[in-house]
Design a protein. Structure first.
Length: 344
Protein backbone atom coordinates (compact mmCIF):
# COMPACT_ATOMS: atom_id res chain seq x y z
CA UNK A 1 0.00 0.00 0.00
CA UNK A 2 2.93 2.35 0.55
CA UNK A 3 4.00 1.94 -3.09
CA UNK A 4 0.40 2.58 -4.19
CA UNK A 5 0.24 5.74 -2.06
CA UNK A 6 3.57 6.89 -3.47
CA UNK A 7 2.41 6.39 -7.07
CA UNK A 8 -0.88 8.15 -6.34
CA UNK A 9 0.86 11.11 -4.71
CA UNK A 10 3.42 11.37 -7.54
CA UNK A 11 0.69 11.18 -10.18
CA UNK A 12 -1.38 13.83 -8.42
CA UNK A 13 1.69 16.08 -8.27
CA UNK A 14 2.29 15.62 -12.02
CA UNK A 15 -1.32 16.50 -12.82
CA UNK A 16 -1.35 19.53 -10.49
CA UNK A 17 1.94 20.74 -12.00
CA UNK A 18 0.41 20.41 -15.47
CA UNK A 19 -2.62 22.43 -14.34
CA UNK A 20 -0.38 25.11 -12.83
CA UNK A 21 1.82 25.46 -15.92
CA UNK A 22 -0.68 25.13 -18.76
CA UNK A 23 -4.27 25.53 -17.53
CA UNK A 24 -5.86 28.89 -16.59
CA UNK A 25 -7.11 28.57 -13.03
CA UNK A 26 -10.24 30.58 -13.78
CA UNK A 27 -11.39 28.08 -16.39
CA UNK A 28 -11.01 25.22 -13.93
CA UNK A 29 -13.03 27.03 -11.25
CA UNK A 30 -15.78 27.92 -13.75
CA UNK A 31 -16.00 24.34 -15.02
CA UNK A 32 -16.24 22.94 -11.49
CA UNK A 33 -18.90 25.47 -10.46
CA UNK A 34 -21.22 24.67 -13.37
CA UNK A 35 -20.90 20.89 -13.15
CA UNK A 36 -24.33 19.21 -13.02
CA UNK A 37 -24.28 16.81 -10.08
CA UNK A 38 -27.40 14.96 -11.28
CA UNK A 39 -25.73 14.08 -14.57
CA UNK A 40 -22.57 13.05 -12.74
CA UNK A 41 -24.71 10.79 -10.55
CA UNK A 42 -26.05 9.15 -13.69
CA UNK A 43 -22.45 8.60 -14.84
CA UNK A 44 -21.80 6.83 -11.54
CA UNK A 45 -24.64 4.40 -12.35
CA UNK A 46 -23.33 3.83 -15.88
CA UNK A 47 -19.98 2.70 -14.43
CA UNK A 48 -21.84 -0.15 -12.70
CA UNK A 49 -23.67 -0.98 -15.94
CA UNK A 50 -20.32 -1.32 -17.71
CA UNK A 51 -19.08 -3.77 -15.09
CA UNK A 52 -22.32 -5.76 -15.41
CA UNK A 53 -21.84 -6.09 -19.18
CA UNK A 54 -18.19 -7.10 -18.72
CA UNK A 55 -19.30 -9.72 -16.21
CA UNK A 56 -21.98 -11.03 -18.57
CA UNK A 57 -19.39 -11.40 -21.35
CA UNK A 58 -17.02 -13.35 -19.11
CA UNK A 59 -19.84 -15.46 -17.64
CA UNK A 60 -20.95 -16.44 -21.14
CA UNK A 61 -17.42 -17.45 -22.16
CA UNK A 62 -17.10 -19.50 -18.97
CA UNK A 63 -20.42 -21.18 -19.75
CA UNK A 64 -19.21 -22.10 -23.24
CA UNK A 65 -16.26 -23.85 -21.56
CA UNK A 66 -18.59 -25.66 -19.12
CA UNK A 67 -17.31 -23.71 -16.12
CA UNK A 68 -20.26 -23.45 -13.75
CA UNK A 69 -20.26 -20.57 -11.30
CA UNK A 70 -22.83 -18.04 -10.11
CA UNK A 71 -23.08 -14.69 -11.86
CA UNK A 72 -22.68 -12.93 -8.50
CA UNK A 73 -19.22 -14.43 -8.10
CA UNK A 74 -18.29 -13.48 -11.65
CA UNK A 75 -19.49 -9.92 -10.96
CA UNK A 76 -17.50 -9.69 -7.73
CA UNK A 77 -14.36 -11.15 -9.34
CA UNK A 78 -14.52 -8.52 -12.10
CA UNK A 79 -14.61 -5.79 -9.44
CA UNK A 80 -11.67 -7.40 -7.65
CA UNK A 81 -9.74 -7.57 -10.93
CA UNK A 82 -10.35 -3.85 -11.44
CA UNK A 83 -9.03 -3.23 -7.93
CA UNK A 84 -5.88 -5.26 -8.64
CA UNK A 85 -5.46 -3.53 -12.01
CA UNK A 86 -5.26 -0.17 -10.30
CA UNK A 87 -3.00 -1.23 -7.43
CA UNK A 88 -0.44 -3.15 -9.48
CA UNK A 89 1.41 -1.77 -12.54
CA UNK A 90 1.29 -3.68 -15.85
CA UNK A 91 -2.45 -3.75 -15.43
CA UNK A 92 -3.08 -5.53 -18.68
CA UNK A 93 -1.83 -8.65 -16.89
CA UNK A 94 -2.40 -8.24 -13.14
CA UNK A 95 -6.19 -8.07 -13.24
CA UNK A 96 -6.42 -11.05 -15.59
CA UNK A 97 -4.15 -13.10 -13.32
CA UNK A 98 -6.38 -12.32 -10.33
CA UNK A 99 -9.47 -13.41 -12.29
CA UNK A 100 -7.82 -16.71 -13.21
CA UNK A 101 -6.73 -17.32 -9.61
CA UNK A 102 -10.10 -16.50 -8.06
CA UNK A 103 -12.20 -18.34 -10.61
CA UNK A 104 -10.07 -21.50 -10.58
CA UNK A 105 -10.36 -21.67 -6.78
CA UNK A 106 -14.07 -21.02 -6.86
CA UNK A 107 -15.03 -23.36 -9.71
CA UNK A 108 -12.49 -26.12 -9.22
CA UNK A 109 -11.94 -26.21 -12.98
CA UNK A 110 -8.53 -26.34 -14.63
CA UNK A 111 -6.56 -23.11 -14.78
CA UNK A 112 -6.20 -23.53 -18.55
CA UNK A 113 -9.95 -23.27 -19.13
CA UNK A 114 -10.13 -20.11 -17.05
CA UNK A 115 -7.14 -18.63 -18.86
CA UNK A 116 -8.84 -19.41 -22.19
CA UNK A 117 -11.95 -17.51 -21.10
CA UNK A 118 -9.97 -14.51 -19.86
CA UNK A 119 -7.74 -14.35 -22.96
CA UNK A 120 -10.78 -14.68 -25.23
CA UNK A 121 -12.51 -11.81 -23.44
CA UNK A 122 -9.42 -9.65 -23.78
CA UNK A 123 -9.24 -10.44 -27.50
CA UNK A 124 -12.88 -9.43 -27.96
CA UNK A 125 -12.26 -6.21 -26.04
CA UNK A 126 -9.22 -5.34 -28.14
CA UNK A 127 -11.12 -6.02 -31.37
CA UNK A 128 -13.90 -3.63 -30.30
CA UNK A 129 -11.39 -0.96 -29.27
CA UNK A 130 -9.39 -1.21 -32.50
CA UNK A 131 -12.46 -1.13 -34.76
CA UNK A 132 -13.98 1.88 -32.99
CA UNK A 133 -10.65 3.69 -32.88
CA UNK A 134 -10.06 3.23 -36.60
CA UNK A 135 -13.61 4.18 -37.62
CA UNK A 136 -13.76 7.24 -35.37
CA UNK A 137 -10.25 8.32 -36.44
CA UNK A 138 -11.13 8.07 -40.13
CA UNK A 139 -14.32 10.05 -39.55
CA UNK A 140 -12.49 12.71 -37.55
CA UNK A 141 -9.69 13.09 -40.09
CA UNK A 142 -12.14 13.41 -43.00
CA UNK A 143 -14.57 15.77 -41.29
CA UNK A 144 -12.29 17.85 -39.08
CA UNK A 145 -9.05 17.71 -41.11
CA UNK A 146 -6.80 16.75 -38.19
CA UNK A 147 -3.14 17.75 -38.10
CA UNK A 148 -0.37 15.33 -39.00
CA UNK A 149 0.64 15.06 -35.33
CA UNK A 150 -2.88 14.04 -34.29
CA UNK A 151 -3.03 11.55 -37.15
CA UNK A 152 0.32 10.14 -36.04
CA UNK A 153 -0.90 9.64 -32.47
CA UNK A 154 -4.00 7.81 -33.69
CA UNK A 155 -2.02 5.62 -36.08
CA UNK A 156 0.52 4.79 -33.34
CA UNK A 157 -2.26 3.77 -30.93
CA UNK A 158 -4.01 1.68 -33.58
CA UNK A 159 -0.81 -0.07 -34.71
CA UNK A 160 0.23 -0.80 -31.13
CA UNK A 161 -3.17 -2.33 -30.38
CA UNK A 162 -3.09 -4.42 -33.55
CA UNK A 163 0.38 -5.75 -32.68
CA UNK A 164 -0.73 -6.76 -29.18
CA UNK A 165 -3.88 -8.36 -30.59
CA UNK A 166 -1.81 -10.24 -33.17
CA UNK A 167 0.48 -11.61 -30.46
CA UNK A 168 -2.49 -12.77 -28.40
CA UNK A 169 -4.04 -14.51 -31.40
CA UNK A 170 -0.72 -16.07 -32.39
CA UNK A 171 0.03 -17.55 -28.97
CA UNK A 172 -3.60 -18.64 -28.55
CA UNK A 173 -3.65 -20.47 -31.87
CA UNK A 174 -0.10 -21.88 -31.90
CA UNK A 175 0.69 -24.52 -29.30
CA UNK A 176 4.38 -24.66 -30.18
CA UNK A 177 4.73 -20.89 -29.67
CA UNK A 178 3.23 -21.02 -26.17
CA UNK A 179 5.40 -24.01 -25.34
CA UNK A 180 8.50 -22.08 -26.35
CA UNK A 181 7.34 -19.11 -24.30
CA UNK A 182 6.79 -21.37 -21.28
CA UNK A 183 10.22 -22.96 -21.70
CA UNK A 184 11.78 -19.51 -21.92
CA UNK A 185 10.10 -18.45 -18.68
CA UNK A 186 11.39 -21.57 -16.91
CA UNK A 187 14.92 -21.03 -18.25
CA UNK A 188 14.89 -17.44 -17.04
CA UNK A 189 13.79 -18.55 -13.58
CA UNK A 190 16.52 -21.21 -13.51
CA UNK A 191 19.08 -18.61 -14.54
CA UNK A 192 17.87 -16.12 -11.92
CA UNK A 193 18.13 -18.82 -9.23
CA UNK A 194 21.60 -19.67 -10.56
CA UNK A 195 20.61 -23.28 -11.09
CA UNK A 196 19.73 -23.93 -7.44
CA UNK A 197 16.11 -24.69 -8.39
CA UNK A 198 15.14 -26.72 -11.44
CA UNK A 199 11.39 -25.86 -11.41
CA UNK A 200 10.36 -29.37 -12.43
CA UNK A 201 6.94 -28.91 -10.86
CA UNK A 202 6.50 -25.64 -12.71
CA UNK A 203 7.32 -27.36 -16.00
CA UNK A 204 4.74 -30.05 -15.33
CA UNK A 205 2.17 -27.41 -14.34
CA UNK A 206 2.79 -25.43 -17.53
CA UNK A 207 2.30 -28.55 -19.65
CA UNK A 208 -1.08 -29.22 -17.99
CA UNK A 209 -2.02 -25.54 -18.25
CA UNK A 210 -1.21 -25.40 -21.97
CA UNK A 211 -3.16 -28.59 -22.63
CA UNK A 212 -6.36 -27.27 -21.05
CA UNK A 213 -5.81 -23.73 -22.40
CA UNK A 214 -5.53 -24.78 -26.03
CA UNK A 215 -8.36 -27.23 -25.57
CA UNK A 216 -10.51 -24.34 -24.34
CA UNK A 217 -9.45 -22.03 -27.18
CA UNK A 218 -10.16 -24.81 -29.71
CA UNK A 219 -13.58 -25.40 -28.17
CA UNK A 220 -14.47 -21.71 -28.46
CA UNK A 221 -13.20 -21.50 -32.03
CA UNK A 222 -15.41 -24.44 -33.04
CA UNK A 223 -18.58 -22.54 -32.05
CA UNK A 224 -18.25 -18.98 -33.40
CA UNK A 225 -21.98 -18.41 -32.94
CA UNK A 226 -21.47 -18.82 -29.23
CA UNK A 227 -19.19 -15.77 -29.28
CA UNK A 228 -21.95 -13.47 -30.52
CA UNK A 229 -23.35 -12.80 -27.04
CA UNK A 230 -19.93 -12.20 -25.41
CA UNK A 231 -19.08 -9.83 -28.27
CA UNK A 232 -22.40 -8.02 -27.84
CA UNK A 233 -21.85 -7.64 -24.09
CA UNK A 234 -18.30 -6.41 -24.77
CA UNK A 235 -19.64 -3.75 -27.14
CA UNK A 236 -22.22 -2.69 -24.54
CA UNK A 237 -19.48 -2.46 -21.90
CA UNK A 238 -17.42 -0.30 -24.26
CA UNK A 239 -20.44 1.92 -24.96
CA UNK A 240 -21.01 2.28 -21.23
CA UNK A 241 -17.46 3.51 -20.68
CA UNK A 242 -17.74 5.99 -23.55
CA UNK A 243 -21.12 7.12 -22.22
CA UNK A 244 -19.49 7.94 -18.89
CA UNK A 245 -17.13 10.34 -20.70
CA UNK A 246 -20.03 11.82 -22.68
CA UNK A 247 -22.03 12.40 -19.49
CA UNK A 248 -19.05 14.13 -17.89
CA UNK A 249 -18.91 16.60 -20.79
CA UNK A 250 -22.69 16.98 -20.71
CA UNK A 251 -22.47 17.85 -17.01
CA UNK A 252 -19.92 20.54 -17.87
CA UNK A 253 -22.05 21.89 -20.73
CA UNK A 254 -19.34 21.18 -23.31
CA UNK A 255 -20.53 18.12 -25.23
CA UNK A 256 -21.09 19.09 -28.86
CA UNK A 257 -19.81 22.60 -28.16
CA UNK A 258 -16.08 22.22 -27.54
CA UNK A 259 -15.74 18.46 -28.13
CA UNK A 260 -17.37 15.96 -30.50
CA UNK A 261 -18.41 12.36 -29.94
CA UNK A 262 -15.77 11.10 -32.37
CA UNK A 263 -13.06 12.98 -30.46
CA UNK A 264 -14.22 11.47 -27.15
CA UNK A 265 -14.15 7.98 -28.71
CA UNK A 266 -10.64 8.55 -30.05
CA UNK A 267 -9.30 9.77 -26.70
CA UNK A 268 -10.97 6.92 -24.83
CA UNK A 269 -9.65 4.32 -27.30
CA UNK A 270 -6.12 5.73 -27.15
CA UNK A 271 -6.19 5.72 -23.35
CA UNK A 272 -7.27 2.06 -23.38
CA UNK A 273 -4.50 1.27 -25.87
CA UNK A 274 -1.95 2.92 -23.58
CA UNK A 275 -3.20 1.05 -20.53
CA UNK A 276 -3.08 -2.28 -22.36
CA UNK A 277 0.69 -2.02 -22.76
CA UNK A 278 2.18 -4.14 -19.92
CA UNK A 279 5.21 -1.97 -19.19
CA UNK A 280 4.80 -1.65 -15.44
CA UNK A 281 4.04 2.08 -15.60
CA UNK A 282 1.45 3.39 -13.11
CA UNK A 283 -0.70 5.10 -15.76
CA UNK A 284 -3.62 5.23 -13.37
CA UNK A 285 -2.34 8.24 -11.47
CA UNK A 286 -1.85 11.64 -13.00
CA UNK A 287 0.01 10.74 -16.17
CA UNK A 288 -2.99 9.55 -18.13
CA UNK A 289 -5.03 12.56 -17.02
CA UNK A 290 -2.37 14.78 -18.61
CA UNK A 291 -2.39 12.68 -21.80
CA UNK A 292 -6.18 12.79 -22.02
CA UNK A 293 -6.33 16.54 -21.43
CA UNK A 294 -3.71 17.15 -24.12
CA UNK A 295 -5.57 14.93 -26.59
CA UNK A 296 -8.87 16.69 -25.85
CA UNK A 297 -7.16 20.00 -26.60
CA UNK A 298 -5.74 18.67 -29.87
CA UNK A 299 -9.08 17.23 -30.97
CA UNK A 300 -11.35 19.92 -29.55
CA UNK A 301 -11.32 23.62 -28.87
CA UNK A 302 -7.99 24.75 -27.42
CA UNK A 303 -9.68 27.72 -25.73
CA UNK A 304 -11.41 25.45 -23.21
CA UNK A 305 -8.43 23.59 -21.82
CA UNK A 306 -9.74 24.15 -18.29
CA UNK A 307 -12.93 22.26 -19.14
CA UNK A 308 -10.91 19.44 -20.68
CA UNK A 309 -8.68 19.18 -17.60
CA UNK A 310 -11.70 18.95 -15.27
CA UNK A 311 -13.37 16.46 -17.64
CA UNK A 312 -10.28 14.24 -17.75
CA UNK A 313 -10.05 14.30 -13.97
CA UNK A 314 -13.75 13.43 -13.52
CA UNK A 315 -13.57 10.66 -16.12
CA UNK A 316 -10.66 9.15 -14.23
CA UNK A 317 -12.56 9.49 -10.96
CA UNK A 318 -15.30 7.28 -12.40
CA UNK A 319 -13.05 4.83 -14.24
CA UNK A 320 -10.37 4.54 -11.55
CA UNK A 321 -11.30 5.76 -8.11
CA UNK A 322 -14.87 4.43 -8.15
CA UNK A 323 -13.58 1.04 -9.29
CA UNK A 324 -10.83 1.19 -6.67
CA UNK A 325 -13.38 1.87 -3.94
CA UNK A 326 -15.98 -0.70 -5.02
CA UNK A 327 -13.29 -3.24 -5.87
CA UNK A 328 -11.81 -2.81 -2.41
CA UNK A 329 -15.24 -3.43 -0.90
CA UNK A 330 -15.56 -6.58 -3.05
CA UNK A 331 -12.18 -7.78 -1.77
CA UNK A 332 -13.35 -7.24 1.79
CA UNK A 333 -16.66 -9.00 1.13
CA UNK A 334 -15.00 -12.03 -0.43
CA UNK A 335 -12.45 -12.07 2.38
CA UNK A 336 -15.24 -12.18 4.94
CA UNK A 337 -16.71 -15.12 3.04
CA UNK A 338 -13.39 -16.92 3.36
CA UNK A 339 -12.58 -17.05 -0.35
CA UNK A 340 -8.83 -16.72 0.17
CA UNK A 341 -8.69 -19.35 2.86
CA UNK A 342 -10.55 -21.93 0.85
CA UNK A 343 -13.38 -22.54 -1.51
CA UNK A 344 -16.70 -21.01 -0.46
Amino acid sequence: MRIFALFAAAGLFVFLLYLYLFVPFGQVVTAVERANLLVLGLAFGVVFAGVVFNSLAWARLLGLLSVRVSFLKVFLFVWVASFVDILIPAESMSGDVSKVYLMSRESGESDGKIVASVVSQRILGMVVTIVTLVLSAVYFVVVYHASLFVEGVMVFAAVGSVVLLGLLLYFSATRSATERLGDWVVRVLVWVSRGRWRFERLKAFLVRLLDSFHEGIFSLSKSPRGLVLPLLFTVLAWLSDVFVAVLVFVSLGSFGVSISLSAIVIVYSISIAIEDVPVGVPWEFGTLEVVMTSLFVLLGSSGTIGVFAVAAFLIRVFTVWVKLLVGGLAVQFLGVKGLFSGRS
